[in-house]
Design a protein around this ligand. Structure first.
Ligand code: ATP
Ligand code: MG
Length: 296
């Protein structure tokens, strides 16, 4: 994926994940500035798919920037520290896809919060009555709201390996008891605030994933992308209330469109098939609609 990263004057390419390219400042000494560029690449089931989704990188970056602003207090809540460096403009060549951030010491935990039962949570619940080991009441259906949002962390595996769901106890082993509690409490608080804001726009935030890092003073700082259609499941609230089937009520504004298509057309062996034009167009349109509805 490294070859997909465009050279940018003043910046040295350091890493490419499945979706984003990272650069560090090469203006003299490394000054701790990082440039995160969201590409149009789309990944599902740990594979980058063909073709890219036109406009996706810019939509994800706009959405992250908008959410960072809300969580910094624009929504009326307390200011959550985030990794953005204010006043720093990304290179013009990144075309709305870049964010200049502080390089943080990232914690190896993906902080997942689920407010609804779906996806891998639904699969586990049907087998064991639990989600990531957390016992839930009986009788819940696919797409149902949980009694309370739950924190279900995952271990952020090194490049090329699968992330793995972990217990809260394992999180304590990884980052210590205070940090683990801080991660859980911050994640649940952010989820609740975001879900309330989404609800006011007729949207359900079914689940989402945050990543945090520590700044030079050890302050817990919200990083990565936040509450985007790649890192979250969003549903239309009216459809969720009125649809007749679980599949229909979870009509989504996020990457689930691609996941569902791929799951129906691929046995997860070898190279995934090329995503057809109509799925690409539908995904691009839904990502755009989500941004418009949230920020209107
Ligand atoms: P995957 O392809 O599974 O998503 P990935 O998460 O490593 O792998 P990307 O999401 O494409 O790949 O890349 C973003 C990377 O940048 C992540 O590894 C994330 O942890 C890291 N990151 C985000 N914000 C910061 C920050 N402020 N400081 C340091 N690293 C960061
Ligand atoms: Mg990632």
């Amino acid at each position: 994926m490294t070859d997909a990263a465009t050279p940018l004057p003043g910046w040295t390419h350091v890493y490419s994940g499945k979706v984003r390219d990272l650069y560090r400042s090469s203006d003299g000494a490394d000054d701790g500035r990082l440039l995160v560029v969201a590409s149009d690449r789309v990944s599902a089931f740990d594979h980058v798919l063909e073709p890219a989704i036109p406009g996706k990188g810019a939509l994800l970056t706009s959405l992250s920037l908008w959410w960072f602003e809300q969580l910094a207090g624009a929504d009326g809540g307390r200011a959550i520290a985030n990794h953005l460096l204010p006043g720093q403009t990304p290179p013009a060549a990144t075309d709305g896809r870049g964010m200049v951030v502080r390089s943080l010491d990232m914690l190896p935990v993906e902080c997942v919060v689920r407010g609804y039962l779906t996806g891998s949570g639904w699969v586990e619940y049907q087998a064991d009555g639990t989600v990531c080991g957390i016992p839930l009441p009986t009788g819940l259906g696919n797409g149902d709201r949980l009694p309370e949002p739950i924190f279900t962390p995952a271990y952020k595996a090194p490049l090329g390996e699968h992330d793995e769901n972990i217990s809260f106890e394992r999180t304590v082993e990884l980052v210590g008891p205070e940090r683990a509690a801080e991660l859980r409490d911050a994640s649940l608080e952010i989820y609740r605030r975001a879900a309330a804001l989404a609800e006011a726009k007729g949207l359900i935030l079914a689940d989402t994933k945050f990543e945090f890092g520590l700044d030079a003073d050890g302050v817990l700082t919200l990083a990565d992308e936040v509450l985007t259609s790649d890192s979250s499941r969003y549903w239309d609230a009216e459809t969720w209330r009125t649809a007749e089937t679980p599949a229909a009520r979870m009509a989504s504004f996020d990457k689930q469109i691609v996941r569902d298509w791929l799951a129906a057309h691929w046995d997860k062996q070898g190279t995934p098939p090329v995503v057809p034009d109509e799925i690409v167009a539908q995904t691009a349109a839904k990502y755009r609609e989500l941004l418009e509805r949230l920020t209107s």
